[in-house]
Write a protein that binds this ligand. Structure first.
Ligand code: PMP
Length: 285
Protein backbone atom coordinates (compact mmCIF):
# COMPACT_ATOMS: atom_id res chain seq x y z
CA UNK A 1 0.00 0.00 0.00
CA UNK A 2 2.92 2.38 0.60
CA UNK A 3 4.66 1.76 -2.74
CA UNK A 4 2.28 3.41 -5.18
CA UNK A 5 1.76 6.53 -7.25
CA UNK A 6 0.01 9.57 -5.82
CA UNK A 7 0.68 12.72 -3.86
CA UNK A 8 0.53 13.38 -0.14
CA UNK A 9 0.86 16.82 1.42
CA UNK A 10 3.46 16.90 4.21
CA UNK A 11 4.54 19.88 6.31
CA UNK A 12 3.85 22.45 3.62
CA UNK A 13 4.51 20.66 0.34
CA UNK A 14 3.38 17.76 -1.83
CA UNK A 15 5.54 14.64 -1.77
CA UNK A 16 5.31 11.36 -3.63
CA UNK A 17 3.03 8.80 -1.91
CA UNK A 18 5.92 6.33 -1.57
CA UNK A 19 8.18 8.96 0.01
CA UNK A 20 5.69 10.12 2.66
CA UNK A 21 7.52 8.39 5.53
CA UNK A 22 8.40 9.22 9.12
CA UNK A 23 11.35 8.14 11.26
CA UNK A 24 11.00 5.20 13.65
CA UNK A 25 11.74 7.50 16.62
CA UNK A 26 8.61 9.57 16.00
CA UNK A 27 7.14 10.64 19.34
CA UNK A 28 3.57 10.21 18.11
CA UNK A 29 4.22 6.56 17.32
CA UNK A 30 5.60 5.77 20.77
CA UNK A 31 3.39 7.96 22.96
CA UNK A 32 0.22 8.61 20.87
CA UNK A 33 0.92 12.37 20.67
CA UNK A 34 -1.17 12.37 17.53
CA UNK A 35 -4.53 13.73 16.37
CA UNK A 36 -6.36 13.25 13.09
CA UNK A 37 -9.39 14.00 10.93
CA UNK A 38 -11.46 11.93 8.52
CA UNK A 39 -13.30 13.95 5.88
CA UNK A 40 -15.15 13.27 2.66
CA UNK A 41 -14.93 15.20 -0.56
CA UNK A 42 -18.09 15.02 -2.71
CA UNK A 43 -18.19 16.43 -6.25
CA UNK A 44 -14.95 18.33 -5.65
CA UNK A 45 -15.94 19.88 -2.31
CA UNK A 46 -15.12 18.62 1.19
CA UNK A 47 -18.30 18.50 3.27
CA UNK A 48 -17.75 20.81 6.28
CA UNK A 49 -14.04 20.91 5.40
CA UNK A 50 -13.32 24.05 7.41
CA UNK A 51 -15.05 22.62 10.50
CA UNK A 52 -12.74 19.61 10.24
CA UNK A 53 -9.66 21.87 10.03
CA UNK A 54 -10.82 23.74 13.13
CA UNK A 55 -11.49 20.47 14.99
CA UNK A 56 -8.02 19.17 14.08
CA UNK A 57 -6.39 22.23 15.62
CA UNK A 58 -8.66 21.97 18.67
CA UNK A 59 -7.81 18.27 19.15
CA UNK A 60 -4.10 19.18 19.07
CA UNK A 61 -4.65 21.96 21.62
CA UNK A 62 -6.43 19.47 23.89
CA UNK A 63 -3.28 17.31 23.69
CA UNK A 64 -1.21 20.38 24.49
CA UNK A 65 0.42 21.01 21.12
CA UNK A 66 -0.09 23.55 18.38
CA UNK A 67 -0.26 22.72 14.67
CA UNK A 68 2.00 25.21 12.83
CA UNK A 69 -0.68 25.93 10.17
CA UNK A 70 -3.89 27.94 10.47
CA UNK A 71 -7.26 26.33 9.72
CA UNK A 72 -7.36 28.31 6.44
CA UNK A 73 -3.92 27.00 5.48
CA UNK A 74 -5.08 23.46 6.25
CA UNK A 75 -8.17 24.03 4.04
CA UNK A 76 -5.90 25.11 1.17
CA UNK A 77 -3.54 22.17 1.70
CA UNK A 78 -6.42 19.69 1.47
CA UNK A 79 -7.52 21.23 -1.82
CA UNK A 80 -3.97 21.15 -3.14
CA UNK A 81 -3.68 17.44 -2.31
CA UNK A 82 -7.05 16.58 -3.91
CA UNK A 83 -6.21 18.57 -7.06
CA UNK A 84 -2.76 16.98 -7.39
CA UNK A 85 -4.38 13.53 -7.30
CA UNK A 86 -7.25 14.52 -9.59
CA UNK A 87 -9.90 13.40 -7.07
CA UNK A 88 -13.42 14.86 -6.89
CA UNK A 89 -14.79 12.12 -4.62
CA UNK A 90 -12.43 10.92 -1.93
CA UNK A 91 -11.87 10.37 1.75
CA UNK A 92 -9.37 12.84 3.22
CA UNK A 93 -7.15 12.00 6.16
CA UNK A 94 -5.25 14.75 8.04
CA UNK A 95 -2.87 13.72 10.80
CA UNK A 96 -0.75 15.88 13.12
CA UNK A 97 1.82 14.56 15.55
CA UNK A 98 4.92 15.28 17.60
CA UNK A 99 7.87 14.22 15.49
CA UNK A 100 11.45 13.26 16.19
CA UNK A 101 13.75 15.52 18.14
CA UNK A 102 16.06 15.81 21.07
CA UNK A 103 13.38 14.46 23.41
CA UNK A 104 12.47 10.83 23.11
CA UNK A 105 10.93 10.37 26.52
CA UNK A 106 7.48 11.27 27.74
CA UNK A 107 8.37 14.97 27.60
CA UNK A 108 8.78 16.14 24.01
CA UNK A 109 8.36 19.91 24.00
CA UNK A 110 11.29 20.44 21.63
CA UNK A 111 10.12 17.93 19.01
CA UNK A 112 8.57 19.65 15.97
CA UNK A 113 4.85 19.22 15.34
CA UNK A 114 4.21 17.67 11.94
CA UNK A 115 1.16 17.70 9.68
CA UNK A 116 0.32 15.40 6.77
CA UNK A 117 -2.74 15.19 4.51
CA UNK A 118 -3.49 12.12 2.41
CA UNK A 119 -6.57 10.85 0.65
CA UNK A 120 -8.01 7.80 -1.03
CA UNK A 121 -11.08 6.64 -2.82
CA UNK A 122 -13.44 4.95 -0.36
CA UNK A 123 -16.98 3.66 -0.93
CA UNK A 124 -19.43 2.46 1.72
CA UNK A 125 -17.76 2.09 5.10
CA UNK A 126 -19.92 -0.91 6.00
CA UNK A 127 -19.82 -2.44 2.53
CA UNK A 128 -22.62 -3.36 0.15
CA UNK A 129 -25.02 -4.31 2.96
CA UNK A 130 -25.29 -0.62 4.01
CA UNK A 131 -29.07 -0.25 3.57
CA UNK A 132 -29.81 -3.76 4.89
CA UNK A 133 -28.75 -2.71 8.38
CA UNK A 134 -25.38 -3.23 10.07
CA UNK A 135 -25.01 -5.81 12.84
CA UNK A 136 -23.26 -4.56 15.98
CA UNK A 137 -21.71 -6.48 18.84
CA UNK A 138 -21.37 -4.93 22.31
CA UNK A 139 -17.74 -3.99 22.95
CA UNK A 140 -15.95 -5.45 25.94
CA UNK A 141 -14.14 -2.12 26.51
CA UNK A 142 -15.82 1.06 27.77
CA UNK A 143 -15.45 4.67 26.57
CA UNK A 144 -13.35 6.34 29.28
CA UNK A 145 -14.30 9.18 31.60
CA UNK A 146 -13.41 12.75 30.53
CA UNK A 147 -11.39 12.86 33.75
CA UNK A 148 -9.20 10.06 32.38
CA UNK A 149 -8.36 11.39 28.92
CA UNK A 150 -9.47 14.36 26.75
CA UNK A 151 -12.46 12.52 25.26
CA UNK A 152 -13.57 15.35 22.97
CA UNK A 153 -10.28 15.24 21.03
CA UNK A 154 -10.04 13.12 17.90
CA UNK A 155 -6.81 11.67 19.24
CA UNK A 156 -5.03 8.49 18.16
CA UNK A 157 -4.82 7.20 21.73
CA UNK A 158 -8.60 7.03 22.00
CA UNK A 159 -8.70 4.55 19.11
CA UNK A 160 -6.65 1.76 20.64
CA UNK A 161 -9.78 0.12 22.10
CA UNK A 162 -11.72 0.91 18.91
CA UNK A 163 -9.43 -1.23 16.78
CA UNK A 164 -9.44 -4.02 19.39
CA UNK A 165 -13.25 -3.93 19.67
CA UNK A 166 -13.84 -3.79 15.92
CA UNK A 167 -11.51 -6.74 15.35
CA UNK A 168 -13.30 -8.76 18.05
CA UNK A 169 -16.71 -7.93 16.53
CA UNK A 170 -15.60 -8.79 12.99
CA UNK A 171 -14.19 -12.11 14.17
CA UNK A 172 -17.73 -12.96 15.38
CA UNK A 173 -19.35 -11.93 12.07
CA UNK A 174 -20.54 -8.44 13.12
CA UNK A 175 -19.75 -5.25 11.17
CA UNK A 176 -18.84 -3.16 14.22
CA UNK A 177 -19.09 -2.85 17.99
CA UNK A 178 -21.11 -0.51 20.20
CA UNK A 179 -19.39 0.91 23.27
CA UNK A 180 -20.98 1.58 26.61
CA UNK A 181 -19.27 4.36 28.58
CA UNK A 182 -17.49 4.25 31.94
CA UNK A 183 -20.90 4.57 33.66
CA UNK A 184 -22.42 1.73 31.64
CA UNK A 185 -24.52 4.05 29.42
CA UNK A 186 -24.81 3.70 25.63
CA UNK A 187 -22.00 5.69 23.99
CA UNK A 188 -20.94 5.24 20.35
CA UNK A 189 -19.58 2.76 17.81
CA UNK A 190 -15.85 2.45 17.07
CA UNK A 191 -15.95 5.25 14.47
CA UNK A 192 -19.48 6.62 14.46
CA UNK A 193 -22.22 8.08 16.68
CA UNK A 194 -25.55 6.34 17.27
CA UNK A 195 -29.23 7.34 17.02
CA UNK A 196 -32.43 5.49 17.95
CA UNK A 197 -36.09 6.00 16.97
CA UNK A 198 -39.05 5.33 19.25
CA UNK A 199 -42.63 6.23 18.29
CA UNK A 200 -41.48 8.84 15.75
CA UNK A 201 -39.06 10.60 18.13
CA UNK A 202 -35.28 10.36 18.09
CA UNK A 203 -32.99 9.56 21.01
CA UNK A 204 -29.21 9.89 20.93
CA UNK A 205 -26.62 9.70 23.71
CA UNK A 206 -25.38 12.97 25.19
CA UNK A 207 -21.78 13.38 23.93
CA UNK A 208 -20.26 14.06 27.34
CA UNK A 209 -17.47 11.47 27.08
CA UNK A 210 -17.02 10.88 23.33
CA UNK A 211 -16.74 12.75 20.06
CA UNK A 212 -19.72 14.98 19.19
CA UNK A 213 -19.38 14.10 15.50
CA UNK A 214 -19.92 16.68 12.78
CA UNK A 215 -22.25 14.21 11.05
CA UNK A 216 -24.16 13.83 14.32
CA UNK A 217 -24.61 17.60 14.49
CA UNK A 218 -25.67 17.75 10.82
CA UNK A 219 -28.22 14.97 11.32
CA UNK A 220 -29.68 16.62 14.45
CA UNK A 221 -30.14 19.76 12.31
CA UNK A 222 -31.85 17.73 9.58
CA UNK A 223 -34.24 16.17 12.13
CA UNK A 224 -35.08 19.56 13.67
CA UNK A 225 -35.74 20.98 10.17
CA UNK A 226 -38.29 18.19 9.76
CA UNK A 227 -39.92 19.06 13.11
CA UNK A 228 -38.85 15.72 14.59
CA UNK A 229 -38.17 15.75 18.34
CA UNK A 230 -34.57 14.87 19.25
CA UNK A 231 -33.75 13.82 22.81
CA UNK A 232 -30.03 14.12 23.57
CA UNK A 233 -29.81 12.28 26.84
CA UNK A 234 -28.25 9.48 28.85
CA UNK A 235 -29.47 6.13 27.47
CA UNK A 236 -29.42 2.92 29.49
CA UNK A 237 -28.55 -0.20 27.45
CA UNK A 238 -31.80 -1.95 28.51
CA UNK A 239 -33.76 0.83 26.76
CA UNK A 240 -32.61 -0.56 23.40
CA UNK A 241 -35.33 -3.18 23.70
CA UNK A 242 -37.98 -0.47 23.22
CA UNK A 243 -36.35 1.30 20.24
CA UNK A 244 -37.71 0.51 16.76
CA UNK A 245 -35.03 1.96 14.48
CA UNK A 246 -31.35 2.70 14.80
CA UNK A 247 -28.63 4.26 12.66
CA UNK A 248 -24.99 5.31 12.87
CA UNK A 249 -23.54 8.65 11.78
CA UNK A 250 -19.99 9.51 10.81
CA UNK A 251 -17.98 10.98 7.99
CA UNK A 252 -17.00 7.52 6.77
CA UNK A 253 -20.23 5.75 7.85
CA UNK A 254 -22.45 8.64 6.61
CA UNK A 255 -25.93 7.55 7.81
CA UNK A 256 -25.83 3.74 8.05
CA UNK A 257 -28.92 1.85 9.25
CA UNK A 258 -28.42 -0.68 12.06
CA UNK A 259 -30.43 -3.92 12.00
CA UNK A 260 -29.12 -5.56 15.14
CA UNK A 261 -27.18 -4.78 18.34
CA UNK A 262 -26.40 -7.90 20.36
CA UNK A 263 -29.82 -9.50 20.98
CA UNK A 264 -31.85 -6.40 20.00
CA UNK A 265 -33.32 -6.08 16.50
CA UNK A 266 -34.29 -2.91 14.62
CA UNK A 267 -36.17 -2.31 11.38
CA UNK A 268 -34.71 -0.17 8.59
CA UNK A 269 -37.75 2.10 8.78
CA UNK A 270 -39.01 5.10 6.85
CA UNK A 271 -37.29 7.73 9.01
CA UNK A 272 -33.94 5.90 8.82
CA UNK A 273 -34.21 5.77 5.03
CA UNK A 274 -35.28 9.41 4.78
CA UNK A 275 -32.37 10.65 6.89
CA UNK A 276 -29.86 8.42 5.11
CA UNK A 277 -31.03 9.58 1.67
CA UNK A 278 -31.41 13.18 2.86
CA UNK A 279 -27.83 13.19 4.09
CA UNK A 280 -26.58 11.89 0.72
CA UNK A 281 -28.41 14.70 -1.04
CA UNK A 282 -27.17 17.33 1.40
CA UNK A 283 -23.48 16.44 1.11
CA UNK A 284 -23.68 16.61 -2.69
CA UNK A 285 -25.74 19.80 -2.87
N1 PMP B 1 -17.01 8.74 17.08
C1 PMP B 1 -15.83 8.24 16.70
C2 PMP B 1 -15.05 7.40 17.65
C3 PMP B 1 -15.33 8.51 15.41
O1 PMP B 1 -14.15 8.02 15.02
C4 PMP B 1 -16.10 9.29 14.52
C5 PMP B 1 -15.59 9.55 13.13
N2 PMP B 1 -14.77 10.68 13.11
C6 PMP B 1 -17.33 9.79 14.96
C7 PMP B 1 -17.75 9.49 16.25
C8 PMP B 1 -18.18 10.64 14.06
O2 PMP B 1 -17.55 11.88 13.83
P1 PMP B 1 -17.78 12.70 12.49
O3 PMP B 1 -19.23 12.68 12.23
O4 PMP B 1 -17.26 14.05 12.80
O5 PMP B 1 -17.02 12.02 11.42
Amino acid sequence: YDDRDGKIWMDGKLVEWRDANVHILTHGLHYASSVFEGERCYNGKIFRGHDHSVRLRRSAALLDFEIPFTAEEIDAAKEEMLKANGWRDAYVRCVAWRGTGEDMGVSAKRNPVRLAIAGWEWGNYYGDAKMKGAKLDIAKWKRPSPETIPTSAKAAGLYMICTMSKHAAEAKGYSDALFMDYRGLVAEATGANIFFVKDGEVHTPLPDCFLDGLTRQTVIGMLKDRQIKVHERHIEPAEMEGFQQCWLTGTAAEVTPVGQIGDYNFEVGALTREISEGYEKLVRS
